[in-house]
Design a protein around this ligand. Structure first.
Ligand code: PEP
Ligand code: MN
Length: 346
């Protein structure tokens, strides 16, 4: 259950609602929203208390209405917020709205490798229609001997290229202690699939209030995914995006993961948060990426994130799934046609 206060509710009225909940031996939970304050009830409400408490709370001054939230996640749920969340990001030299009718394209290399590579890719993906440049500086690699990313130097390059080329940037943060520094260099934090349930990281990213794209863990259920997003929202983030990036496959013979496009309409129904799809990691093979990128737009994704490298065969990570700038440009025009066909733009 959740009590939604009017935007004009006074602090005293909010306190009275909290006191009324506590009076029924339930645990009140203050949930700050962008306009309204909401007060959730963290404990399970006995069925006989529910109607009495609903009525008592609905009568209190300042209460807009009492919502019954059936889901384990609250702030992330569509029941809490009926309208789609729009994530607006403006860096001064570039801006974007994510979650509206225009499908957003994010693209760039798996890892930032050097100045030339990131500048060349940024210019190419921007010219082809991308509004956000991706590039990992801290890389979660299966092997400790694989390229681990340029770290701070990679972040500095992203900041520089973002400003100079006029494109927004996204990069992965792997450790709570790096949140501040990553947020100071890029416009969007990425929480990777492997860290979806790293609660210390989710709390630190949430507290930063920086726009954050959360990737679904390869074995995470939809509810686990949304509860991870709930951590970000509960700790103060407003600008949270969900990213489907493929789940653990039945068969690794031909593809790396299985892109779970079912998740797109399901997440759009259960949550108000924008949904991004990553066909590059979802498929893992460049040849199949354009088809799944088109399918992602058709399924209703609000954004697509693609790996692009000037020379995929030389990439220090994920070359096999990276598109060349030409392949990327062709994929963008195909995705645009799909977007138009379903009444959106791209
Ligand atoms: C990436 O975006 O390069 C990445 C490591 O993704 P994921 O966390 O989805 O594996
Ligand atoms: Mn990658």
């Amino acid at each position: 259950m959740m009590v939604l206060m009017y935007a004009a509710a006074t602090p005293q009225q909010i306190d009275d609602v909290i006191a009324r909940i506590a009076h029924s031996m339930m645990q009140p939970l203050r949930l700050p929203g962008d306009e309204h304050v909401a007060i959730g009830i963290a404990s399970a409400i006995p069925p006989d208390l529910r109607p009495v408490l609903t009525e008592a709370l609905a009568m209190l001054p300042g209460v807009e209405h009492v919502i019954q939230i059936s889901r384990p996640y609250k702030l992330a749920s569509r029941e809490f917020r009926r309208v789609d969340t729009l994530v607006n990001i403006d860096s001064g030299t570039a801006k974007v709205e994510i979650g509206g009718s225009r499908v957003v394209v994010m693209a760039g290399p798996c890892s930032v490798e050097n100045r030339e590579q990131i500048f060349e890719t940024a210019r190419a993906v921007k010219a082809a229609g991308a509004t956000v440049l991706r590039g990992g500086a801290y890389k979660p690699r299966t092997s400790p001997y694989a390229f681990q990313g340029l770290g701070l130097e990679g972040l500095r390059l992203l900041k520089e290229v973002g400003r100079e080329v006029g494109i927004l940037t996204i990069s992965e943060v792997m450790a709570p202690e790096d949140v501040e520094s990553v947020a100071a260099h890029v416009d969007i934090l990425q929480i990777g699939a492997r860290n979806m349930q790293n609660y210390a990281l989710l709390i630190a990213a949430g507290k930063s209030g920086h726009p954050t794209m959360l990737k679904r863990g390869p074995s995470a259920s939809i509810d686990e995914f949304l509860l991870a997003a709930e951590y970000l929202l509960h700790h103060g983030s407003q600008d949270v995006m969900l990213c489907e990036r493929g789940v653990h496959p039945l068969d690794r013979t031909y593809t790396r993961n299985t892109l779970d496009l079912n998740a797109v309409p399901v997440l759009k129904q259960l949550s108000h948060l924008p949904v991004i799809v990553d066909p590059s990691h979802g498929v893992g093979v460049a040849r199949y990426v354009p088809a799944m990128a088109r399918a992602s737009v058709a399924a209703g994704a609000d954004g697509i994130i693609l790996e692009v490298h000037p020379s995929p065969k030389d990439a220090l990570s994920d070359g096999a799934q990276s598109l060349t700038p030409d392949q990327f440009a062709a994929t963008v025009s195909e995705m645009r046609q799909i977007a138009i066909a379903i009444g959106r733009s791209l």
